[in-house]
Design a protein around this ligand. Sequence first.
Ligand SMILES: Nc1ncnc2c1ncn2[C@@H]1O[C@H](COP(=O)(O)OP(=O)(O)OP(=O)(O)O)[C@@H](O)[C@H]1O
Ligand SMILES: [Mg+2]
Length: 372
Amino acid sequence: MIPLEDLIWVAWYSAVAAVVVAAAGLLTLHLLRGRSVATQLTVVGVATVLATVSGIVVISLMMLLNEHDVTVVLWVVSAAGIVALAVSVLLGRRLVAANRVLVEAVRADSFEPPPVRLPAELAELSRELEAARARLAAAHEREQALEASRRELVAWVSHDLRTPLAGLRAMAEALEDGVVADQETVHRYHGRMRVEVERLAALVDDLFELSRIHAGALRLSRDRVGLADLVAEAVAGAEPLAHAKGVRLHGEVAVGGPVQVDASELGRALRNLVVNAIRHTPSEGAIEISAELVAGEARVTVADACGGIPAEDLPRVFDIAFRGETARTPGGGGGLGLAIARGIIEAHSGRIGVRNAGPGCRFEVTLPTATA
Ligand SMILES: Nc1ncnc2c1ncn2[C@@H]1O[C@H](COP(=O)(O)OP(=O)(O)OP(=O)(O)O)[C@@H](O)[C@H]1O
Ligand SMILES: [Mg+2]
């Protein structure tokens, strides 16, 4: 039976020896902190063995064990130590290998999570990398779409602005050279020139608005406006155009709360929707402009009788310079109206969408309602 006092001393000395070994181990780990995990795990293994051996040395120095026992214990501990060391080296190698698999997966063009089972931390890293890759791919896709729309816009500008300008120049030259002289033709040329200039001015104005939206330079001066007023304004503004085309316009507001909007900008967006509806609805057709409160949001709907937009065009109608087949006629619009409408509505933290419904299509604008 070992006396308690001796036991306390054993505990004390071996603790001191272990602390010394641990300090040396920590210092080594600190110096090797930039090295491979395998190396660091080897250091941990060696430190563990050394701490145990130092404890045995302490006991033998205190003469608590005879020489035979010390040898036996040392052998046992050494064997265990070697096994522990081998395990830590193995673990280190597995970590290094798992890490290499991950690094290789990242280096590949498109990151796929490695098919092997990774340690929890590396598996988490792998998941995060996969999410980051998805975000990167989405950003890349957005950028490509933007680039495509920019290219389309440049092509649009060169075509849609040049063609009427060439026509204007030809008419001006004909007038200047006296090629057309009879009063009636001269009058007709003047009239056509004025129409072309107005159309060009409207296009340039649309382009300017669009560039302001894209540059984030749209300054909204918001006021509290009633939904009913917005709808009434849109109907009144488009009435002459509808009348000329023989299309019926009908405005209706079920429950109209106030919205906090820039009335002139939002009016422009709604006007673009209503003008489109009139343009695409045959005479005798009807257009319904309505507003209501849905789930705490204001919703303005423009429903027409255009006969539906082709399904493949639906996701593209809000793109810059997109025009449906029927709209690509001379004198048609520039394909900017809906892009502008969406820009203005999104600047109001709203959304716009379109779907085919009934005899035509429905454009739905959702806006946050004004808070008291
Ligand atoms: N109410 C509608 N009914 C049917 N098709 C529509 C309607 N509104 C838009 N479209 C389709 O979406 C396309 C894009 O509309 P958008 O208003 O952006 O351009 P646009 O009317 O052709 O020209 P702009 O508005 O610049 O004068 C149109 O060319 C048309 O094909
Ligand atoms: Mg339009």
